[in-house]
Design a binder for this molecule. Structure first.
Ligand code: GTP
Ligand code: MG
Length: 325
């Protein structure tokens, strides 16, 4: 029940100007994107994530309940709270590729989006009257969905991750892992790790950024588990008197948050618990820094002003144009 307090008008002004002492100074912002072929369960995983055990404080009200094919880049934000710290978590759901006969350059829209966010941040930083806290819309991680083929990486996955890995931290996952047996899953994971190495694709967490021995031990365990075999759902079921997120099959319920069933919980914990700050640091200190140095060098060569952003296909950026996939 909501109780309504009658506050005298003079007190309203006091309350307005003196927020409670425990109020967090500013909201921490964290964004990651879900990318991969069409139909692999990216949008479903957005729902799984927000329905899972992350403490929700508010949500974007008009996010569709029924999941349909994603045709535009869509971002969903929730305020979540971890250990008393509030954070705005934004998941960028991208339309899947693979529907066209020719999927050449299908990575371009996401590469463009990532670079646009760096550009926005850079422009804010270079502003004479720059804000004390620059709004951070940068993509801190890209979760890349691999189809559960049980074979090897496909050339398109290699190309996609190779390009994206240069500008953003990548976490590969095996989508719809419920379609593989446990042995198939293990073998497939091993092959993917070999393939990643053979193709020089660096995924998060990268060995060279481990800070100390403790970090190395923790990250080695994650590296042994990558790519996480995930299962997504937006449905809840009753299991032993408890509501659980799961996929109901003829043979039983696959519990999405149960680590004995799949590795969704490992992915969630990596992203929004154990490695959130590290992902932000790597984005700022490595990926954004590389972008910043490159752009400033280009501008120095062309005079003082920041030259228009050159896109991957060689065309020039329309000023402040928003990207739509
Ligand atoms: N078996 C299984 N099916 C899944 C899983 N996750 C999603 N699906 C189903 O796969 C279908 C496609 O899911 P979406 O979430 O729309 O896939 P998407 O990757 O967002 O597709 P696009 O928007 O076209 O890129 C739906 O019928 C889902 O119910 C999963 O983990 N296992
Ligand atoms: Mg979708």
């Amino acid at each position: 029940m909501t109780s309504i307090l009658c506050v005298p008008s003079y007190l309203c002004a006091v309350i307005k100007f003196y927020p409670p002492f425990y109020k967090q100074k500013s909201l921490s912002l964290f964004s990651f994107s879900l990318t991969g072929q069409s139909g692999l369960g990216k949008s479903t995983l957005v729902n799984t994530l927000f329905k899972s055990k992350v403490s929700r404080k508010s949500c974007t009200p008009n996010y569709e309940e029924k999941i349909s094919k994603t045709v535009h880049l869509q971002s969903v934000s929730h305020i979540i709270e971890e250990k008393g710290v509030k954070m705005k978590l934004t998941v960028i759901d991208t339309p899947g590729f693979g529907d066209q006969i020719n999927n050449e350059n299908c990575w371009e829209p996401i590469v463009k989006y990532v670079n646009e966010q760096y550009e926005k941040y850079l422009k804010e930083e270079l502003n004479v009257n720059r804000k004390r806290r620059i709004p951070d819309t940068r993509v801190h991680c890209c979760v890349y969905f691999l189809p559960a083929t049980g074979h090897w990486l496909r050339p398109i996955d290699v190309e996609f991750m190779r390009r994206l890995g240069k500008i953003v931290s990548i976490v590969p996952v095996i989508a719809k892992a419920d379609t593989l047996t446990l042995e198939e899953r293990l073998e497939f994971k091993q092959r993917i790790r070999q393939d990643l190495q053979a193709n020089g694709i660096r995924v998060y967490p990268q060995k060279e950024y481990d800070e100390d021995a403790e970090d190395r031990i923790l990250n080695d365990k994650i590296r042994e588990n990558i790519p996480f075999a995930v299962v997504g759902t937006d449905k809840e079921h009753q299991v032993n008197g408890n509501k659980v997120l799961g996929r109901k099959t003829k043979w039983g319920i696959i519990e999405v948050e149960n680590v004995a069933h799949c590795e969704f919980a490992l992915l969630r914990d990596l992203l929004i618990r154990s490695h959130l700050q590290d992902l932000k640091d790597v984005t700022h200190n490595i990926h954004y820094e590389t972008y910043r140095v490159k752009r400033l060098n280009e501008s120095n060569a062309n005079g003082l002003a920041l030259s228009p952003l050159t896109l991957e296909n060689g065309t020039l950026e329309k000023s402040d144009a928003e990207s739509h996939l």
